[in-house]
Ligand binder design. Structure first.
Ligand SMILES: Cc1cc2nc3c(=O)[nH]c(=O)nc-3n(C[C@H](O)[C@H](O)[C@H](O)COP(=O)(O)OP(=O)(O)OC[C@H]3O[C@@H](n4cnc5c(N)ncnc54)[C@H](O)[C@@H]3O)c2cc1C
Length: 379
């Protein structure tokens, strides 16, 4: 494969992992003029990025660390333009949709409303009747709720398809089914990597965007990154368009209406190692939650049940930036439940750091060295 042989000698940057984080990072770097080689050991976007729900907000956004909120807000402002740009460049519509998020809980309303005022987020406390007016498909809303009209969603498999196409146009060389096994360094800097097939790639910069698998590549360099898999199971129902209009959330379970009538219901949060199996008990739990949220789902066919592995980090923050002591090696990982919404901002921040541009947000909280400063209270 000649192109690959040429690129492996001439790439400015190798990105390991073509999930949304790796693809968005590749896009940023390619748009800045770098020659980027992007490798994934499976299908691009075939892991957590495909499995996710595509809600463009943390579920309970006021619970996030403040630096994460900054990244979220940056991404949220840019998502409509990103979706439009990808649609016009590729013809694949990622279906950015401003569904709004209706949270059927009020226990943390004071804190949530104060957070919303501080960050200029539209949020309203609504009573039970208003909840049912906003979303007539609800079963009930005994507690009333919090209404966030600005929250949007994106259809992640379509976002992945559009990005993949766009990366080709930008000259990014994407190779699927190509696993990186080892990183090479010399005199304190990264010099390349070796793939499972024994291919040696010489490159001056490497970004690890390996999602839940990111720690493994660092282990033999003596770095304990502590990014770990957190399984999430999801159900997909075939409904009819308009049956549910809002993203609805109650006590950790949510339903997301797609434009074509499909409705996703999620999700579990399980530490089960790298096991992506689905389980009958979680299916039953999600079925019960689905019917409680939207009673009409009891009559809709369940078309799919899957699991994905989120990249958790002990600090609760993503890890974005250079690896201290190894020049040329960078991380963009650990996005846990929020990698879709955080993706554009994380990619931009890392590109800023690689290219020595003024960073869009303060990078220190996401630095490898500063991870320990934050409490491990997010699970
Ligand atoms: C059920 C569920 C629901 C979710 N809902 C949402 C949501 O609504 N909103 C939101 O913002 N986020 C959500 N998320 C989280 C979000 O999906 C993740 O945070 C995000 O996809 C992480 O992206 P990533 O690119 O880091 O990881 P991944 O998508 O897992 O990609 C990592 C890639 O690296 C590759 N890789 C790993 N090691 C190697 C190697 N050695 N060589 C080559 N390739 C390698 C893998 O094959 C994989 O393709 C959800 C996740 C799940 C599971």
């Amino acid at each position: 494969m000649k192109v690959f042989r040429d690129m492996k000698k001439s790439a400015d940057c190798l990105i390991i992992g073509a999930g949304l984080i790796g693809m968005l990072t590749a896009r940023e770097l390619a748009r800045a003029g770098l020659r980027v080689l992007l490798l994934d050991r499976g299908r691009a976007g075939g892991e957590s990025s495909w499995a996710g729900g595509g809600i463009l907000s943390p579920l309970y956004p006021w619970r996030c660390h403040a630096p994460v909120t900054e990244l979220v807000r940056w991404s949220q402002r840019r998502y409509p333009a990103l979706a439009d740009a990808l649609f016009s460049a590729t013809g694949v519509d990622p279906q950015w949709t401003a569904s709004g998020l209706l949270i059927l809980e009020q226990g943390e309303a004071d804190e949530a409303l104060a957070w919303a005022r501080l960050h200029d987020v539209e949020m309203e406390k609504v009573d039970a009747a208003a909840c049912l007016r906003l979303e007539p498909a609800l079963g009930s809303a005994p507690e009333g709720g919090l209404w966030l009209p600005g929250v949007a969603q994106i259809r992640n498999p379509r976002l992945i398809a559009a990005l993949k196409d766009d990366l080709g146009r930008l000259g990014v060389l994407l190779h699927e089914h190509e696993e990186v096994r080892e990183l090479h360094r010399e005199n304190g800097r990264v010099v390349g990597a070796r793939t499972r097939g024994g291919m040696v790639i010489e490159v001056p910069r490497i970004v690890i965007a390996g999602g839940a698998w990111s720690s493994a590549l660092l282990q033999h360099l003596g770095i304990d990154l502590r990014v770990f898999p957190v399984r999430g199971q999801m159900l997909l129902f075939r409904g009819v368009p308009g049956m549910l209009r809002r993203i609805v959330l109650a006590h950790g379970h949510y339903a997301i209406p797609r434009r074509d009538g499909h409705i996703l219901v999620g999700s579990s949060v399980e530490e089960a190692g790298f096991d992506k199996a689905v389980t009958a008990d979680v299916r039953d739990e999600l079925l019960a939650a689905a019917r409680a949220l939207v009673p009409a789902l009891a009559d809709c066919p369940l078309v799919r049940h899957w699991a994905g592995l989120r990249p958790g980090s002990r600090s609760g923050l993503p890890v974005i930036g250079p690896v201290p002591g190894i020049e040329g090696l960078y991380l963009n990982t650990g996005h846990f439940r929020n990698g879709v919404v955080l993706g554009p901002a994380s990619a931009r921040l890392l590109a800023d750091l690689i290219l020595a541009r003024t960073p869009v947000v303060e990078p220190a909280p996401f630095a490898v060295a500063h991870q320990a400063e934050f409490a491990a209270d997010f699970l």
